[in-house]
Write a protein of this length. Structure first.
Length: 133
């Protein structure tokens, strides 16, 4: 449940941030008021001569407040989340040592003193290195 609340607050935070950005970009700067005073056509707008600036600034302030509250809420909720392991290795349970039974000793390998490999037959005829006459 905590994860769904966190995701909901995060979604509201992102939407409030995008709304603040859009409203700030829609507002006129201080220099735009001077042009409107000499017949800029602002009197025929949807909100009246000065209504749009007042509406946009109030809406921006409300969304900025929502953004601030969601920022504090996200930091609080992030602090209450359970700590998850950073990697797969951190979450592993240590292995239990299992005693190993001693094995029977390996059979002894006979030493080879002659040039003959065990399992092969000796060269036919005389010893190696002797030239027949």
């Amino acid at each position: 449940m905590s994860s769904s609340i966190f995701n909901l607050v995060l979604l509201l935070h992102v939407l409030a941030g995008l709304g603040v950005i859009g409203l700030v970009l829609m507002q006129h700067g201080k220099g735009a008021d001077m042009g409107a005073a000499f017949g800029g056509g602002a009197s025929g707008s949807l909100f009246g001569a000065s209504g749009s600036a007042n509406f946009l600034s109030r809406t921006t302030a409300a969304l900025a407040t929502v953004f601030f509250i969601t920022s504090l809420s996200l930091s609080y909720l992030a602090g209450k989340r359970p700590v998850e392991p950073a990697s797969v290795v951190d979450g592993m349970v240590p292995a239990v040592a299992v005693p190993v039974e001693p094995q029977s000793p390996a059979p002894a390998v006979p030493e080879v003193s002659s040039g003959v490999i065990p399992g092969e037959s000796a060269p036919a005829g005389n010893d190696a290195g002797v030239i027949p006459e």
